[in-house]
Design a protein. Structure first.
Length: 350
């Protein structure tokens, strides 16, 4: 009898041990992620973002600071051309800074609360938590979630696959997918450091541009001074190349293309009509010759991947490849405006 009881207890303990060592449930992992990512007082991260929607992949370096509750600094740099933009949220509002053009725009916006970004790990955690239908699987050295997106691209890019390292419980990569489950944006996290915080002064936007002798970026100081990018405010003489939207919609046609010239200044106006109507105005970007005093911009900042623009209910504006673009419409949704903007290229639908 004692032998039978001993065997039973041994079997029970074995089952319990095996259960404890078994696969983690989706809920268990979610709880750990929430505790680790969301509860951190702040973080720093670096990542590489690849945009796969054009003819050739475009690669961008991303650096993020976040200090609770609402301070953000996101720097996006074109790995090839060296162009840089920053989006900063501090006590004064939300700002988009383009150092090469010596321009700063200020928004009255709740960004990123209503426009999550896959390189903001708090946004990733919220996306995973909110999507009750998300899928979860455990692989050899990582956890993998597939979840809905919740940003302004969600109609074009409705889902994302998030890879999380088992040991560190930190994200390693994110794939953002279109409706056909084709990868359109890939984000590879190079380093994520939780618990890193910065003072309010380090998120301040400088009111004047400085001009170092070498024109190079100066690293953000650690003594509480403003975190700014110093630049010579010079840009190369970009060549005017008319861009057209690559997107093709049935019963939407380019009905007019006007070229306006004022001395050396040139502006192209494209008009599209049919089931969807919109106008695109484009011209060479011009750097500001005045100090970078923030200029109020209507709408919300929108991360297009290749650029940070401004979007309202009926317009979207952005700068890309040395060109300034403005799209106006009374019939496109925000998602459709973003879709047009993301498809602009030198050769497209004419």
């Amino acid at each position: 009898m004692k032998i039978r009881v001993a065997k039973y207890l041994f079997l029970l303990m074995t089952i319990l041990v095996l259960s404890a060592c078994g696969a983690q449930s989706k809920e268990d992992v979610l709880k750990k992620l929430s505790n680790k990512w969301v509860d951190a007082k702040g973080y720093e991260l670096t990542a590489e973002m690849t945009i796969l929607t054009g003819q050739e992949p475009r690669i961008y370096d991303v650096e993020v600071w976040h200090t609770k509750p609402d301070f953000y600094r996101v720097k996006v740099s074109d790995a090839d051309a060296g162009n840089t933009q920053m989006i900063v949220r501090n006590a004064d509002g939300v700002f988009v800074v383009t150092p090469e053009l010596n321009k700063t725009y200020k928004f009255q916006s709740k960004w990123p609360t209503e426009n999550s970004q896959a390189y903001l790990i708090g946004s990733l955690a919220e996306d995973i938590k909110k999507d009750k239908s998300s899928t979860f699987k455990e692989e050899e050295d990582k956890y993998v979630f597939e979840t809905k997106t919740s940003n302004n691209h969600k109609n074009m890019l409705p889902s994302q696959v998030v890879h999380i390292d088992k040991k560190t419980l930190l994200p390693t990569e994110v794939s953002i997918l279109n409706e056909n489950k084709e990868e359109q944006i890939h984000i590879k996290f190079n380093q994520v450091s939780l618990g890193k915080t910065h003072t309010a002064g380090e998120y301040k936007i400088e009111q004047e541009a400085t001009t170092p002798d070498d024109g190079k970026e100066t690293a953000a100081p650690e003594d509480g001074k403003a975190a700014s990018i110093e630049t010579s405010a010079e840009i190369d003489n970009a060549e005017f190349k008319t861009h057209y939207p690559l997107i093709k919609w049935e019963n939407v046609h380019n009905i007019d293309e006007k070229v306006l010239k004022d001395g050396e200044d040139k502006r192209v106006i494209l008009t599209y009509s049919g089931d969807k109507e919109f106008t695109i105005i484009q011209q060479l970007s011009e750097p500001s010759i005045t100090p970078t005093i923030p200029v109020f911009a209507p709408g919300d900042p929108i991360d297009l991947g290749f650029a940070i623009g401004a979007i309202t209910e009926q317009s979207i504006s952005w700068e890309q490849d040395g060109m300034s673009f403005f799209l106006a419409t009374s019939s496109l949704s925000k998602e459709e405006m973003i879709e047009v903007a993301a498809s602009m290229a030198v050769e497209g639908m004419k």
